[in-house]
Write a protein of this length. Structure first.
Length: 253
């Protein structure tokens, strides 16, 4: 797998926290991450391109072509540096996912980052009215990155394998000496369903934990815009790459 790294601006970080949210089950992680970026006016500073991303392009609002990419954004909040990792795609196979996560960790190590939070959804057979949030981590110490009573940390037996960057980034981070926690919100496990309620629960926890001062009154309007983009890009790209789960959905993406 080859990577093309495009640096948009250079930033001096101080113990940054990385928060990841990419397309997956219910797109819970992506919705959450995109809303954080928009609400906090986080600035893009690095783009990652790869020949292991889906072999297609997007047509942007200017009717021009964009290659699939994953972008790192930066925002300083309350004297803390945050890196938001998001995009419209994930690597299309297992090897690519491993290599991508190793590349992200290599970059994060250069910034002297020590904490990672990944976001995903737990697919259920029906729409949950009040989605629960679960957490797992790569160490007992990492499990304490977030201490919120709304997080259920007794996750064993609740989920199967955590597939994709959401889970793998946490697992590989341990080998790099980085504490990582994975936040998972319940959602409906249908490929075309958008887990807005689950994303809202994740946003509430992150907002209270890091004092992001998010305006939840605008959440519904913002999410409608995100929905349009996700339906146009993510669902289309998923169909092209044929990576939809064949088995019963009980895992994370």
């Amino acid at each position: 797998m080859s990577f093309r790294i495009r640096i948009l601006r250079k930033i001096q970080f101080r113990n940054p926290i990385l928060i990841e949210g990419l397309p997956g089950i219910g797109n819970v992680g992506k919705i959450t991450l995109d809303y954080l970026i928009d609400s906090l006016n986080a600035e893009a500073f690095l783009e990652i391109y790869s020949n292991d991303f889906p072999n297609s392009v997007f047509v942007n609002e200017s009717s021009l072509i964009d290659l699939p990419k994953i972008t790192l954004h930066h925002k300083k909040v309350k004297d803390k540096d945050f890196i938001f990792l998001g995009g419209d795609v994930q690597p299309v196979d297992e090897r690519g996912s491993y290599e991508f996560c190793e590349e992200v960790l290599r970059i994060f190590n250069k910034f002297n980052g020590k904490k990672i939070i990944t976001l995903g959804g737990i697919g259920l057979p029906r729409i949950p009215n009040n989605p629960k949030v679960y957490a797992t981590a790569n160490s007992k110490e990492a499990m304490n990155i977030l201490n919120d009573k709304r997080i259920n940390k007794k996750i064993f037996g609740t989920v199967g394998p955590i597939i994709g960057v959401t889970g793998l980034l946490c697992g590989l981070a341990k080998e790099h000496g980085i504490n990582a926690i994975c936040l998972l919100a319940q959602t409906f496990g249908h490929p075309n369903y958008l887990g807005i309620k689950g994303a809202r629960e994740l946003l509430k926890i992150l907002n209270d934990s890091f004092k992001f001062n998010l305006d939840f009154r605008s959440l519904n309007d913002e999410i409608r815009n995100i929905e349009k983009e996700i339906k146009y890009k993510t669902n289309e790209i998923t169909g092209i790459s044929d990576v939809k789960p064949k088995q019963e959905i009980s895992y994370i993406g």
